[in-house]
Design a protein around this ligand. Structure first.
Ligand code: HEM
Length: 455
């Protein structure tokens, strides 16, 4: 991408409907609408949406590469971001140099090597959760997965257990659900207009969450072993900007809330989708169980990539143009939103032959392409928790397959349901499980088939 200040604006075709009608269509059935627009106009088109304004939608890997490799001087945050809900200290709210500096400080807690140190936490959280899973009876896995991922991120962030973390376990899920709904509201409705308005209710949660986080910050500072601690809170408290200053407590609170918010519902939804997909692919399920028993991981990693391809949790990455820019053949005006459609990119037949089929083998021995496979976005704003999420999914799936046989089903796949920001399985990833009694029991017959369950 390059500046194009002297070039005439040149945009792909647009949908000629009132903004409000486009908005209703996009938010009610955005996959179907995006797919229909792509069939009609090709892989680039423009829409005019409430909240986001005039928006160029792209999915072609060449354009995606152009966009993701561009400098922060030309493109930045979209007009509206989740940072507006969380607060000015959140990575989501930062742009330009402030964003670059913050990302540098966030490297140590999210460094690939550190992920290994979280492995035990992940497994412990899974074992704790599955202790009471019912056998032979269908149940929704989305909520159990949310408890696992919330427990995991809380422990990775704060390093310890205790009553304060228990309080956060109760406060965060409703706050995150409310916050992600507010994120998509038009600005008039997003304001705090009284204690019972969505924003007013969110702020009440926020005050309680802040009080708990403040007490955890104070405890960390008072900890005699503070210097040796390696949890995210301790690393952020120890971090220093280039000018030697530390991150303010208010910003640390915003940032921790960012990790807790961005890190638990997304990963839980991806895990519920994994269960939903595996139950419908018995052969894959049994190959994966055999692989776990043999200590392997290649097919499991490929399966995680394929779940994130076919059922991406977030369906777009957003940017805003800071100046008039050229993007491939298009010349985009300043102040425009550019949306990379993850769903359209992932359903491209050119990038993924037989794209509609769920086939993890496509990734066995092949790493996904950086600009065609984009569940974590890309470029300087790429998801900072991608390695964390991948490791967490890997450990969770490995542990589940080690402990359970899953009942398979011939029921149609669960539909996508929009829970504000995240796309979740419409029936919340239902599963039927049977405890494995002995080692390597997966080979002792195929898992039971639960046929077309309707409960
Ligand atoms: C399967 C799980 C997850 C998915 C699908 C996901 C997806 C995404 C996407 C699409 C973005 C926007 C990227 C862009 O605009 O290019 C993002 C940003 C972000 N994610 Fe994740 N995420 C996941 C898990 C996590 C976890 C576990 C954490 C933290 C512990 C996290 C923290 C963040 C943060 C802080 C950002 C903002 C990055 C920035 O703007 O610089 N995410 N994520």
């Amino acid at each position: 991408m390059a500046t194009a200040s002297s070039e005439p604006i040149h945009l792909p075709p647009t949908l000629r409907l009132p903004r409000i009608v486009q908005g209703i269509g996009f938010f009610a059935a955005r996959h179907a609408v995006a797919a229909a627009l792509e069939r009609r106009y090709g892989s680039a088109f423009t829409v005019n949406l409430p909240v986001f304004g005039h928006t160029l939608v792209i999915s072609d890997p060449n354009l995606v590469k152009d966009l993701f490799s561009t400098s922060r001087d030309l493109i930045g945050r979209a007009r509206y971001t989740f940072g507006g809900v969380i607060g000015p200290g959140s990575t989501f709210a930062l742009d330009g140099d402030a964003h670059r500096e913050r990302r540098r400080l966030l490297m140590p807690p999210f460094h690939g090597k550190r992920m290994r140190s979280y492995e035990d936490i992940f497994e412990e959280e899974v074992m704790l959760e599955i202790a009471n899973w019912p056998e032979g009876r269908e149940f929704e896995t989305l909520w159990p997965m949310r408890r696992i991922t919330l427990g995991a991120i809380l422990r990775a962030v704060f390093g310890a257990e205790g009553p304060a973390l228990d309080e956060l376990r109760g406060l965060l899920p409703p706050a995150v659900t409310l916050g992600s709904r507010i994120a998509l509201l038009p600005s008039v409705v997003r304001r705090d207009v009284g204690p019972w308005s969505p924003r007013g209710r969110f702020l009440r949660y926020r005050r309680r969450i802040d009080a708990v986080i403040d007490s955890l910050i104070a405890d960390a500072r008072a900890d005699p072993a503070f210097e040796e601690r390696s949890d995210m809170l301790a690393l952020l408290l120890q971090a220093r900007y280039e000018n030697g200053e530390s991150i303010s407590d208010r910003h640390i609170s915003d940032e921790l809330l960012t990790f807790l918010t961005a890190g638990h519902e997304t990963t839980a939804s991806a895990l519920a989708w994994t269960v939903e997909r595996l139950r419908r692919h018995p052969q894959l399920l049994s190959r994966l169980t055999d692989e776990v028993d043999a200590g392997g991981s290649e097919l499991r990693q490929a399966t995680i990539w394929e779940v994130l391809r076919t059922r991406p949790v977030l369906d777009g990455a957003l940017r805003g143009t800071k100046t008039r820019i050229r993007l491939g053949e298009w010349v985009v005006p300043e102040g425009y939103t550019v949306m990379v459609s993850v769903v359209l990119a992932h359903s491209s037949e050119e990038s993924f032959p037989d794209a509609m089929s769920f086939n993890p083998d496509r990734f066995v021995g092949a790493i996904p392409d950086t600009y065609a496979w984009i569940p974590f976005g890309g470029g300087v704003y790429r998801c900072i928790g991608a390695a964390f999420a991948n490791m967490e999914m890997d450990v969770t799936v490995r542990t589940l397959l080690r402990e359970f046989r899953f009942g398979t089903t011939v029921a149609p796949g669960e539909r996508r349901h929009n829970r504000g920001v995240a796309m979740v399985p419409g029936r919340h990833g239902r599963a039927v499980v049977y405890r494995r009694t002995g080692p390597a029991s997966s080979n002792a017959g195929s898992p039971p088939v639960v046929d077309h369950v309707t409960t």
